[in-house]
Design a binder for this molecule. Structure first.
Ligand SMILES: *Cc1c(COP(=O)(O)O)cnc(C)c1O
Length: 336
């Protein structure tokens, strides 16, 4: 139904990630659940670099880079970027050199933020790191560096923030097909699939995938953690359209198929909220599962809020995609 075999893929995942119900959390919440059944998909586990949602995108991005015989990959992100960490790990796994252009976009310069968590791991995976001020155009600098390396005879691939090019988003289009297949096996028909929205590629890919499968892309709901609600919706629609068109040029994904909620971002990207703290603690203490402080903690806080507010009818089945980011917890020790 969704044939992506013509796109080269680097092997960075281990087959379908598990889906399971949140039984102990549900018991704990009791009547506050309003009869909703909560499930998680464990995209936070993976065989490279500590796992996380960027591995699905990197399978396609690095698959193409290897097909182009690249020897070096460059990407961009915030100082605590999970995408930068996983790009460095995947490059190590595939024998490629990796350079990261990291911006100080979160107003923090304490040692937990600048030296622990993902920053520690980016170094450990052997990436060459370039640190930039928060307002720098990191992608322009990455492109300039790529040109300089090319002039020395290197073959360089540059990936955008979050790996959210149409090619990268295919990773989550494939995930939509994976979820549809797992749901059929489980005898479930998810009323909603919930994700965090940062660079918008996870949402965009899932929406494009469902659309290509003939399903409603509005099945997917994201909670924006980086851009405002309106900006995140526009960016997600743009990427989802491009991704769908890459799958099949005849696909024309409508704007009203993109559902984004911006009410749980709080003061800004990477800035903790009380809802995030509660969600991270609740999931840890009732399920032994780890959300992260920047993305999945805020998104899960949004989901808990909506469930409690009666946004779903009793009996609705909701799938939350756990996207990883565990190293971020160590950079947010003080907030937790
Ligand atoms: C990047 C990231 C996200 C957001 O995914 P996008 O595709 O950038 O919207 C969510 N969770 C974690 C842990 C991430 O690292």
């Amino acid at each position: 139904m969704l044939d992506l075999t013509r796109f080269p893929r680097a092997a960075l995942t281990d087959g379908p990630t598990p889906i399971r119900s949140l039984d102990r959390l549900s018991t704990h919440l009791g009547s506050a659940l309003n009869g909703v059944r909560l499930f998680v998909k464990r995209d936070d586990v993976g065989p490279v670099g500590g796992g996380g949602n960027k591995l699905r995108k990197l399978e396609f991005l690095l698959g193409q880079a290897l097909a182009d015989r690249a020897d070096t990959v460059i990407t961009v992100g915030a100082l605590q970027s999970n995408h930068a960490r996983l790009t460095a790990a995947a490059a190590a796994r595939l024998g490629l050199a990796c350079e990261l252009f990291l911006t100080r976009s979160v107003p923090r310069d304490d040692p937990d933020y600048t030296g622990n968590g993902n920053r520690l791991l980016q170094d450990l995976f052997g990436a060459r790191v370039h640190l930039l001020p928060g307002e720098a155009d990191s992608l322009a600098q990455a492109e300039a560096r790529a040109e300089a390396l090319r002039s020395e005879g290197r073959r360089v691939a540059v990936f955008p923030s979050g790996g959210s090019s149409p090619l990268g988003c295919l990773g989550y289009a494939a995930c939509a097909a994976e979820i549809a297949e797992q749901a059929a096996h489980l005898g479930l028909d998810f009323s909603r699939v919930v994700v965090p929205n940062g660079s918008a590629g996870t949402h965009a890919g899932l929406a494009a995938g469902y659309f290509a499968l003939g399903r409603d892309p509005g099945l997917v709901l994201s909670y924006a953690v980086l851009a405002s609600e309106a900006e995140a919706r526009a960016a997600t629609h743009h990427r989802a359209r491009e991704t769908a068109a890459l799958i099949d040029p005849a696909l024309n994904l409508p704007e009203d198929g993109i559902v984004v909620d911006g009410r749980h971002r709080g003061p800004g990207y990477g800035i903790p909220t009380e809802g995030m703290r509660e969600a991270v603690r609740l999931m840890a203490r009732t399920e032994g599962l780890l959300l992260d402080p920047v993305y999945s903690g805020k998104a899960f806080a949004g989901l808990l809020y909506d469930v409690g507010a009666g946004a779903y009818p009793p009996g609705a089945t909701v799938l939350f995609v756990m996207t990883g980011g565990v190293p971020g917890l160590f950079a947010y020790r003080g907030a937790l």
